[in-house]
Design a protein around this ligand. Structure first.
Ligand code: NCD
Length: 309
């Protein structure tokens, strides 16, 4: 018997999880692989509300598919155009309404702190599906799951995050998650998109971290390359975006000096930071990552709703 407690918990930040808890989520995710293929009625009668105040393809559809594969149902919205938010309803009131319709809420919102605020008001558990530039904890869990599945371990790896480390929320959550393991982390970005200082300060107390702008120099040394999109929509000034647009582009030439067993991950959507020619290389794993999003979200739903202890 373990003493970990997931039932009824909010998932607003990956910082709320210990290494033991993350490992347990990854273990349960693995048991979801066959269930994802054949289906189950584990969450029959349960309802997930997807409240997405920002665009999404993978996160929303994979939460929905995860719930359906476990026999549950989903309600919700993918944009606010047709909701009472347009009439001026605030997030707290939206949440206090939706908790009457659903057993669990997945929330994506442009504002940092939105998931924490929603969790304070909600009687049902809230899962953060992306809160502005701040965090995206379920993406980080599926990234960790992918790394462990592909490399058979996390400890001992040399991992690099490249791209927009300032406005990208996935890299904030992933950096926190990775800092629970014995890894070496390299952060590659232009100066204006360096990792948020508060994230850097915290992770540096746990793991060795190097910052650089030079992808070419780092690539021969690393085991995992996590590529991110420059978050155009989050720049306060589009002239600043224009300066860094297209700054890193991974193509076959970039990979010519990489380890044979390097894996390349990307939370997607991709714009131009990975050339299409990379998709057919053995290193490309970003579409496998999408499948892993299903099993990890199935595990989270089953754990938080208490059907797996
Ligand atoms: C990311 C997001 O929304 O933060 N996408 C995702 O959830 N997989 C990454 C991005 O938008 O660049």
């Amino acid at each position: 018997m373990h003493t970990l407690q997931f039932q009824g918990r909010d998932i607003t930040s990956i910082e709320d999880f210990t290494r033991e808890e993350i490992n347990y989520i990854l273990k349960i995710s693995k048991t979801m692989e066959p269930i994802a293929k054949k289906g189950s009625d584990m969450l029959k009668g349960k309802i997930l509300a997807n409240l997405f105040f920002e665009p999404s393809t993978r996160t929303r559809l994979s939460f929905e598919a995860a719930m359906l594969k476990l026999g549950g149902s989903t309600i919700g919205f993918g944009d606010v155009e047709n909701t009472s938010v347009k009439k001026g309803e605030n997030l707290a009131d939206t949440v206090r309404t939706v908790e009457n319709y659903a057993d669990i809420i997945a929330l994506r919102h442009p504002l940092e702190g939105a998931a924490k605020l929603a969790a304070e008001f909600s009687k049902v558990p809230v899962i953060n599906a992306g809160s502005g530039s701040e965090e995206h904890p379920t993406q980080a869990l599926l990234d960790l799951y992918t790394i462990e599945k592909e490399k058979k371990k996390i400890d001992g790896l040399k991992i690099a995050l490249v791209g927009d480390l300032r406005y990208g929320r996935t890299v904030h959550s992933l950096a926190y998650g990775l800092s629970q393991y014995n890894i070496e982390l390299t952060l590659i970005s232009p100066d204006s998109l360096r990792m948020r200082r508060e994230v850097l300060r915290k992770i540096q107390t746990k793991i060795p971290v190097t910052e650089t702008q030079n992808l070419e120099k780092i690539i021969p040394q690393i085991d995992v390359l996590y590529v991110t999109r420059i978050q155009k929509e989050r720049f306060p000034d589009q002239a600043e975006y224009a300066k860094v647009k297209g700054v890193y582009r991974i193509d076959l030439e970039t990979l010519s000096n990489a380890k044979k067993d390097l894996i390349i991950l990307h939370p997607l959507p991709r714009v131009d930071e990975i050339a299409a020619e990379v998709d057919s290389t053995p290193q490309a794993r970003y579409f496998q990552q999408v499948w892993n999003g299903i099993v990890v979200r199935m595990a989270l739903l089953a754990l938080v709703l208490g059907s797996i202890k």
